[in-house]
Design a protein around this ligand. Structure first.
Ligand SMILES: Nc1ncnc2c1ncn2[C@@H]1O[C@H](COP(=O)(O)OP(=O)(O)OP(=O)(O)O)[C@@H](O)[C@H]1O
Ligand SMILES: [Mg+2]
Length: 237
């Protein structure tokens, strides 16, 4: 178990944003967290990625309890990708280099790794372009390449394909699926779109009204009875 949480909850704006009794992310798996808008998916992801303090509960990361003193050390073992690429105002290659250098990777190693990840995402030709001038689809490739170049122990993805057009989205879903399989990166993938899941998730957790109401292997969730139930329960309760 790489990430585990017990009795995790967040109160904000006078209400409960999420309340999750048990959560676990196993080493090497891709877990999809699905649910409608406002279910609390992003809030839970931000807490697990240690970007937002919960109101209560415990998070264990690789067996260690998350506390103030280990915040930075834990953050350095994670990478987060949001719907918006949030690229720095430098070149495409500079964005990846900077992320690696900030984490203490030596310059030469960082340069080689940058080239490698630009190639994995088919964007070597963009290396010297200003990152703020490329298209949304290109920017999201850079964003994913930057995150994976860090070789994180855990990768958090929050609706990474939501702003992309259909062909780009499909291409990136299968590309990322391949990469996650090859690298064995432990991943929490948040989406409100069921169609994105079968391509690469091992397990699925369904979130509704701040609670995880169902969990299972993707193959089970996406076949027979469970699929029927899961396809109406979250949205019609
Ligand atoms: N700090 C906060 N203060 C008040 N309300 C908040 C706060 N953070 C989140 N919320 C509310 O909590 C709910 C869950 O938000 P969250 O962004 O986690 O949902 P989500 O499942 O990611 O939705 P989406 O699919 O739209 O991204 C929303 O109603 C949101 O407005
Ligand atoms: Mg969200």
């Amino acid at each position: 178990m790489l990430v585990k949480a017990r009795g995790l909850y967040l109160n904000a704006g006078g209400r409960i944003i999420y309340a999750v009794e048990h959560f676990c992310l196993r080493k090497g798996e891709v877990l999809a967290l699905v649910g409608p808008n406002g279910a609390g998916k992003t809030s839970l992801l931000l807490t697990l990625a240690r970007l937002q303090e919960p109101t209560g509960g415990t998070i264990l990361f690789d067996g260690e309890i998350a506390e103030k003193h280990n915040l930075i050390a834990m953050r350095r073992r994670m990478a987060v990708v949001f719907q918006e690429a949030l690229l720095l105002n430098t070149t495409v290659a500079g964005n990846i280099m900077t992320a690696l250098r900030v984490r203490g990777v030596p310059r030469r190693v960082a340069a080689a790794r940058t080239q490698e990840w630009l190639a994995h995402f088919g964007i070597e030709h963009l290396a010297h372009r200003p990152a703020r001038q490329i298209s949304g689809g290109e920017a999201q490739r850079v964003n994913l390449a930057r995150a994976l170049a860090l070789a994180p122990d855990v990768l958090f993805l929050d609706e990474p394909f939501a702003a992309l057009d259909y062909p780009t989205r499909n291409e990136l879903i299968s590309k990322l699926g391949e990469i996650l399989k090859v690298t064995g990166t432990t991943t929490l993938f948040v989406t409100h779109d069921f169609t994105e899941i079968p391509a690469f998730a091992d397990r699925v957790a369904v979130m509704f009204n701040g609670k995880i109401i169902k969990e299972g292997k993707t193959a089970e969730v996406f076949s027979g009875e469970i699929l029927k139930r899961i396809s109406w329960v979250p949205w019609d309760v």
